[in-house]
Design a protein around this ligand. Structure first.
Ligand SMILES: Nc1ncnc2c1ncn2[C@@H]1O[C@H](COP(=O)(O)OP(=O)(O)OP(=O)(O)O)[C@@H](O)[C@H]1O
Length: 265
C-alpha cells in the first residue's frame, strides 16, 4: 500500500497481545438491501492497537455501532471478556469499560469544557467516595489533570461550541480519558488535525497504550496507521478481507488496489 513513514510516526516496539477483550463473531448487518457487515469476526486483544482500515463506506463505523449498542446486528455475537453485550444499551456497554469517540464528536456544545469532562465520570464512584464536597473536589482535580493532559487547561471555562476544531477533538479524547475505560474505540480521532495537533494526539495515544489501554481505531491517514498499529483489520463492502501485522497488510497489492481504487478510478 506504500504507506508513508516519517521519523515522528515510526512504529513503536511490537507489543505482546494479551487476553481477548472483545470477541466479535460472525456479525451481520444490512440496511435495506445493502449488506454493510458481512460475517465479520475479529478479536481485539488487551494492550495492543488494532486499526480498522478500508475505503469509504466499508462498514467500519457500522461495526463500532454494533459493538457499542448503537445498532443491533441481525446475527452474530459480541463478547466483552467472555460475556455477551448484545441487547445492552450504549450506556450499559460504556459502563463495562468500553469507551468510544464519534466522527461528529457528540460533545455537550453549550456546556463548559470542564463540565463536558466531569459528566463522564462515574456517578456511583463519587457517592462511594463519600459524595459531597470531597468528591466534588476530587472530580475537579481529576478533570484539571485530564484537561492538562490534552492541552485544554486554558479553555476549561469556555463552552465546547467555542473551541476550535482541533480543540474539540481533544475534548472528545478528554471525555474518553475521564471514562476510565479499558478499551477505546476511536472513530477517525485525528482527521482534520494539523501536523502539530496530530503529533500531540499520537503522543497521547502512545502514552495511554503504554499505561495499559487497548485501542481500536478507524483511521484513513496511513502515516498515522503506520505510526500506531500493532494489527490492521482491512474491511471492504462489509467484509473483513484481511487481518494481520501492518507490514503484511500494507504491502499487499490487492488491498492497495481496493484502498486506492476510488482515487484512481
Ligand atoms: N443508518 C444507516 N442507514 C442506512 N445506511 C447506512 C446507515 N449507516 C451507514 N449506512 C451505510 O452503510 C455503509 C457503511 O457505512 P459506514 O459509515 O459504516 O462506513 P465506513 O467504513 O465507516 O465509512 P467512512 O470511512 O466513510 O466513515 C455505507 O454504505 C453507508 O452509507
Amino acid at each position: 500500500m506504500n504507506a508513508p513513514q516519517t521519523q515522528s510516526t515510526m512504529p513503536t516496539e511490537a507489543r505482546t497481545p494479551g487476553e481477548v477483550l472483545l470477541d466479535i463473531a460472525h456479525l451481520n448487518k444490512s440496511f435495506g438491501g445493502l449488506r454493510v457487515t458481512n460475517d465479520v469476526s475479529l478479536q481485539l486483544r488487551a494492550g495492543i492497537v488494532t486499526t480498522l482500515v478500508g475505503p469509504n463506506g466499508a462498514g467500519k463505523t457500522t461495526l463500532f455501532n454494533q459493538i457499542t449498542g448503537h445498532l443491533k446486528p441481525e446475527s452474530g455475537e459480541v463478547r466483552w471478556q467472555g460475556q455477551s453485550v448484545l441487547g445492552r444499551s450504549p450506556w450499559q456497554i460504556a459502563r463495562l469499560g468500553i469507551a468510544r469517540t464519534f466522527q461528529d464528536l457528540r460533545l455537550f456544545d453549550h456546556m463548559s469544557v470542564e463540565d463536558n469532562v466531569t459528566t463522564v465520570m462515574e456517578p456511583a464512584a463519587w457517592l462511594w467516595q463519600g459524595g459531597g464536597k470531597a468528591a466534588k473536589a476530587e472530580r475537579r482535580a481529576r478533570t484539571a489533570q485530564i484537561l492538562a493532559r490534552v492541552g485544554l487547561t486554558a479553555r476549561a471555562k469556555e463552552r465546547a461550541i467555542d473551541l476550535s476544531y482541533a480543540e474539540r477533538k481533544f475534548l472528545s479524547m478528554a471525555r474518553v480519558l475521564a471514562s476510565d475505560a479499558r478499551i477505546w474505540l476511536l472513530d477517525e480521532p485525528a482527521s482534520g488535525l494539523d501536523r502539530g495537533s496530530y503529533e500531540r494526539f499520537l503522543g497521547l495515544l502512545r502514552d495511554s497504550v503504554a499505561s495499559g489501554i487497548t485501542v481500536c481505531i478507524i483511521e484513513h491517514n496511513l502515516d498515522i496507521v503506520v505510526g500506531i498499529s500493532d494489527r490492521i483489520a482491512f474491511l471492504d463492502q462489509g467484509k473483513l478481507l484481511a487481518e494481520g501485522d501492518p507490514k503484511t497488510i500494507l504491502s499487499d497489492p490487492k488491498l492497495a488496489a481496493i484502498y486506492f481504487g476510488e482515487q484512481t478510478a
